[in-house]
Design a binder for this molecule. Structure first.
Ligand code: AMP
Length: 566
């Protein structure tokens, strides 16, 4: 069975295509969403998901979150004394989802479709594949998140030539895509986005509003606050409350002082004006690339948890002069679509008709120099495959030598939209020998082939001498060698884990600890007593006693904690 996975910045979900429909799978806590968080407990045991997110509040140095933002980079994240690559942390989240799927299906899961932001570059896509491999999953396909959302909404069942815009504002990334359906094919006509813009930025705005409203917060305290998870949590809660109400009270304990401020939706929306403005550019770019006017779209689809903010819906309604579609839970649409695609891969009969094409979200080319009015100008970008070309795609171009008796041509392969070659992301180099000749007479044919999984195959052929060279682009900085892969697998396998049955216990204790740190005085005493009672129940090792104590402990925590769902 192939599973479909939405590997999100804040939360991840897994689903399968079963009985003719996508079906999401619950984790050990009974939730569809698993926080993309990894932590180590005091004994060095691994915790993933809800408990890890609680642990991040009390022991930020022992936990990692939002590591999707670092996928494809060299960044290492520290958990206690150990260091992890972002793909290793992602692999731990994937392993947890895989275990949930196996518990649900009663069979081993070895294959997956994993979604990525359409805006992810080559290195980021590669890191995602790597994460899948480290988790013991064969990644059948990387699917662009908006395409997944489109599939979840059944856009493929619409009339020919229907066009849809998918607006996806998640925790840390923003994507806009224009999809078109024609005779059994869903095609991404254009996609654009901002990898560094998401719901978390709105929480940041909320946190700043709070600081502005509390006169005794100095700039030094502000600095200290912005690094504290308590501040983040309070800002996040206030932000979510303002999606349902006109006003909220944000509260926080700082150096044993209780601070609070009332914040209105109106003030929050005004303070978010710049973020709203930043959302417009990718929309305009995607529409421009797809050569469409807002009015000619058939539907606008909202996905991603942050689209629950009324200001987002208002902006979309104003911009497109229509109400957007949001019948599927915005947190689940991508995972549902991934499950549809998994069904497609497994050739589920119900989906036989649907074919899917993606576009390449960025331009690919090489650096060249060019003669302009007798002067040679270097460092120019010459795109071979333009952004938003449907994939798979293969394009070629001919390039010539620039000096007499030049013995080789070196291709500097780049990805990006800047006219200045060196400003684009370097993907690799390829050298080819050419026969000595006058400048401009030796030339090579360069062919770029890009497939649906984001692999770039570069072929170069010398047109005079017939030499050939080829490379499959690997970003050496971020790609692991086989030896590194084996080492990483051994490292992940060597981590001690809590049994899956234990997940709720670990989570409740971590949550109680976080609440204890948050609260003061008598409340602390009560929480400590609850923790002691639960711990003594655990020591009995009697499943019935533990079950009862767990239920009482959970009820008690729920009664004093409103922010437990994130
Ligand atoms: P996703 O990555 O799609 O799970 O989106 C997560 C983002 O959605 C986070 O930044 C959340 O703060 C945000 N979010 C979830 N629920 C709400 C809500 N009710 N109001 C505002 N933002 C929300």
């Amino acid at each position: 069975m192939i599973v479909g996975i939405d590997l999100g910045t804040t939360n991840s979900l897994v689903g399968v295509f079963k009985d003719g429909a996508p079906q999401l799978i619950r984790n050990a806590h009974g939730d569809f969403s698993t926080p993309s968080a990894v932590a180590l407990d005091d004994q060095g045991q691994l915790i993933v998901g809800l408990a890890a997110r609680e642990r991040a509040a009390t022991h930020p140095d022992m936990a990692a979150q939002a590591f999707k933002r670092f996928m494809g980079t060299d960044r290492r994240l520290r958990l206690g004394k150990r260091e992890f690559r972002p793909e290793e942390l992602s692999a731990l989240v994937l392993q947890s989802l895989k275990a949930d799927a196996e518990a649900f299906l009663g069979e081993t899961v070895t294959e997956a479709v994993i979604t990525v932001p359409a805006y992810f570059n080559d290195a980021q896509r590669r890191a995602t594949r790597m994460a899948g491999q480290l988790a013991g999953l064969k990644v059948e396909r990387l699917l662009n998140e908006p395409t997944a959302a489109g599939l979840a909404y059944g856009l493929q069942e619409r009339q020919n030539n229907s066009t849809f815009l998918v607006f996806d504002l998640g925790g840390g990334t923003f994507d806009v895509s224009v999809l078109e359906y024609f005779e059994g094919v869903v095609e991404v006509r254009a996609s654009a986005g901002d990898m560094r813009l998401g719901g978390e930025d709105f929480a940041q705005v909320m946190g700043q509003l709070f600081c502005d409203a509390c006169p005794d917060i100095t700039s030094a305290t502000r600095e200290q606050l912005s690094r504290s998870t308590h501040w983040w949590r309070a800002a996040e809660l206030a932000k979510r409350e303002l999606s349902d109400r006109e006003s909220t009270r944000m509260q926080l304990v700082l150096d044993n002082r209780a601070l609070s401020a009332d914040i209105t939706r109106d003030a929050f929306e005004k303070a978010s004006a710049e973020l709203l403005h930043r959302l417009r550019r990718p929309i305009e770019r995607a529409l421009h690339d797809a050569q469409l006017q807002p009015a000619s779209l058939d539907e606008v689809v909202l996905v991603g948890g942050a689209t629950r903010m009324p200001m987002i819906r208002q902006m979309i309604t104003r911009l497109f002069q229509r109400l957007p579609l949001r019948t599927i839970d915005p947190d689940q649409a991508i995972a549902q679509g991934a499950a549809v695609q998994a069904g497609l891969k497994a050739r589920d009969a119900a989906l036989d008709e649907v074919v899917l094409t993606d576009v390449m979200p960025f331009s690919l080319g090489i650096i060249v120099s060019q003669e302009v009015n007798g002067t040679r100008i270097g460092d120019r970008f010459s795109p071979l495959i333009e952004r938003n070309t449907p994939v798979p795609v293969s394009r070629s171009g001919v390039y010539s030598t620039v000096s007499d008796n030049q013995t080789f041509i070196k291709l500097d392969i780049r990805q990006g939209e800047s006219p200045v070659g060196s400003e684009n992301l370097k993907l690799g180099e390829l050298e080819i020998a050419v026969p000595p000749a006058k400048a401009g007479q030796a030339s090579v044919d360069v062919r770029f082939t890009y497939d649906a999984n984001g692999l770039l195959d570069v072929d170069v052929r010398d047109l005079l001498g017939g030499n050939q060279a080829n490379t499959l682009i690997r970003n050496t900085d971020t790609n692991m060698s086989d030896a590194q892969m084996a080492e990483a697998v051994a490292k992940l396998q060597g981590l001690k884990r809590h049994p899956r049955d234990d997940a709720d216990n670990v989570y409740l204790l971590a949550r109680a600890k976080r609440l204890y740190e948050d609260r003061l005085g008598a409340e602390r005493q009560v929480i400590q007593d609850w923790m002691a009672q639960f711990s003594s129940a655990l020591e009995t090792q009697d499943p019935r006693v533990i079950r009862q104590a767990r239920s009482a402990f959970k009820e008690a925590l729920d009664s004093i904690d409103t922010s437990f769902r994130f």
